[in-house]
Ligand binder design. Sequence first.
Ligand code: BG6
Length: 513
Amino acid sequence: MTAPESARVAPDNPLVAGLERLPVQPTTLVIFGATGDLARRKLLPALYNLAHEGAMPERFHLIGVSRGDMEHEEFRKDCEHAIREFSRREPKDDVLTGLLSQVRYVAGTFEDQDVYASIQEVLEEFDAEAGQRLARAYYLSTAPMFFPVIVEALGKQGLALQDDVPVRVVIEKPFGTSLAEATELNRRVLAVFDEAQVFRIDHYLGKETVQNMLAFRFANGMFEPLWNRNFIDNVQITAAEDIGIGSRAGYYDQSGALRDLIQNHMLQLLCHVAMEPPVAFNAEEVRNEKVKVLRSIMHPSEAETAEMSARGQYTAGHVGAEDVPGYLQEDGVPATSTTETYAALRLEVDNWRWAGVPFYLRAGKRLARKITEIAVTLKPVPHLAFSQQGSLGVRPNQLVMTVQPNEGVSLQLGAKIPGTRMSIRPVNMEFNYGSSFLSQSPEAYERLIMDVMLGDPTLFTRNDEVEAQWGVCDPILSSWAASSGPLPTYESGSQGPLEAERLLLPGHRWRAI
Ligand code: BG6
């Protein structure tokens, strides 16, 4: 594909001037699972939006691989429909035509070595047409059981290495369902590819607001002196969703909230709050610091797990104005399922900076609304000189970073209510992405696919990092699996199970969802 001139014009909004484009190597992207939900909802629209901005390489080819029989043209049309349905922008016909002019489709099962021979033929055809070798990226957007199968077949076909151009493999989540599985998967992947070729996706890392946490901490002098156990009382990280599990029962019932959201996205958010400043913002340094945080999280004993974790499953209720079914009534969920749709943890990062500061994490489906935020609460002031009455509204300062929706940062301060009395109430100082930058943030997958083509793994999870994440979750999962008590429930549309109150330390409370 060659990007049309119109798509290359730089936007004239000065506030987006920093969003510069780096040159990207000509690339062929092979998507395994190309007709699946993720590819249709996220990957193809992300490719379109990159093309729309003129960010795609001068030459870009797409090969879709999936089970069903289909002609190239049918696949092209399917891609077009997916983009029209899910793109964040109204697609322009010329950009769409340019992007999809040469897509190819390879049908077959992922275990069939002939599929890889066919992929190789198409890859070589594209190289010959371009008169040069194109970089290759294999995107594994399939069920996790196929990750090692595809990687090994690529290796067997000789497709894992090219002398003169980069070859990369992108692996979706979940990366294993336990430490043992993740270690084994790493072993099998790293027997074929080098770590530098492997891009393990955690789409939260592609979110602008998540990256902004590092900008906030490390580009501003005012936070860092306070950013430790002397001034911070507790940290609360919430990923609440109002949606249920939709049509994903097959995956979700085997997974649950802890594996689905906490092991990956929420531990990454925790790392962004807790990590030391890296000496440089590059893949090795940033990930080294995150791994140190994960390794400092205390692993609870079985008895401690009961005090620092809670879970629950949603029952029927209302979300907004809609009546919604309980988890056990969802299509495909076994009537006796004990999978948690809500999980909450109290973790401690046991190092010099954070010892003694509780990090509360909670994630759940079918809660009152969708909100992902990190709330950092400072310690109260040591002494209040105001009269008892005036002091009533005084609360500890709180910095809230909202990842979504209404992306922004808000700082809660105590301010005097105008009038003759010294009465105080909390007020907010707000920064809002929408109004400050007057531009829509790119979708996480746009940034991540671009980074794969650029070969920058900073926003991807390294092998030791993913294992350290499982190291935190494994003891909790084992203790839950061993527990025989009934699974707590919560009504859809509520704040979650009452059970979650139990893990709060005295004086702490969950923020309202
Ligand atoms: C995915 C989970 O990783 O993240 C889903 O598998 C969840 O269950 C989703 O809904 C949430 O992502 P986002 O970007 O909407 O917060």
